[in-house]
Design a protein around this ligand. Structure first.
Ligand code: ZN
Length: 235
């Protein structure tokens, strides 16, 4: 209304006639992207990956739970998804005012974080340390005998059996060229070919094979080649 008044007073009639349909079309465009109430969520199909399987290939996305201090910019950077897309898909009226525990749907995102294989277990020995003339091919993580060893990421069991110095060992194939290996277990809880999810118990800590104490020898392999696991686990 104010605009029209201004238009009337400042512009000639012909200009006003030209402006009117423009204002109308702008108004319609505004309606087209009208903001639904904040409680409207993205399509449910997009939000149904199992809690621990969101790093499966082809995931439609995931819900990020906002933690203290996190901004939309942070989420955008973290998952590599444009801010505009986050605003649009989440119908955010106030993108600069996220609140703690707010659920932000991140389209196309995959969980990149890996979980720790032995909860609470400290590192006894690092990757690359020289021992008996050999480079250590993984990290040794302390654990109590019988404590659960957890899959660090979802994947398929490639190997679950005994392996010379490694003792009772599980190897998971994560489908993107990376594998994780868990050695010296007292007990194996999964079988070859089985699908496992991040955080699932796959073995129990032990001292089988060439081990001097109860621990999990943990490796990440790129194909057959062991790489330092810590940069992955600390993502
Ligand atoms: Zn080791």
């Amino acid at each position: 209304m104010f605009t029209m008044e201004v238009a009337k007073s400042c512009l000639g009639q012909s200009t006003l006639l030209w402006l009117a349909p423009l204002a109308l079309s702008l108004g319609l465009a505004g309606c087209g992207r009208s903001q639904p109430p904040p409680d409207i969520r993205p399509p449910i199909e997009a939000s149904t990956p199992q809690p621990d399987s969101t790093d499966e290939e082809g995931s439609a996305g995931l819900f990020h739970i906002v933690e203290p201090g996190q901004t939309l910019y942070w989420i955008s950077r973290h998952y590599g998804v444009p801010i505009e897309e986050l605003i649009q898909v989440n119908h955010l009226n106030k993108p600069d005012e996220l609140y703690v525990d707010q659920r932000i749907f991140v389209p196309g995102a995959r969980v990149l974080t890996w979980s720790w294989p032995v909860p609470g277990g400290e590192i006894l020995s690092y990757f690359g340390e020289r021992r008996n003339g050999h480079r250590h091919t993984g990290v040794d993580i302390r654990g109590r005998k019988g404590q659960e060893v957890l899959a660090v990421r979802s994947g398929r069991v490639l190997f679950s059996s005994s392996m010379r110095d490694y003792g009772r060992t599980v190897i998971l194939d994560h489908g993107d060229g990376l594998r994780s290996l868990y050695a010296h277990n007292s007990k194996l809880l999964v079988q070859k070919g089985q699908q496992v999810y991040r955080g699932q118990a796959i073995a129990r800590v032990g001292q089988t094979g060439n081990a001097t104490t109860e621990h999990c020898h943990f490796e990440i392999r790129r194909g057959e080649v062991p790489v330092d696991p810590l940069p992955y686990l600390r993502q």
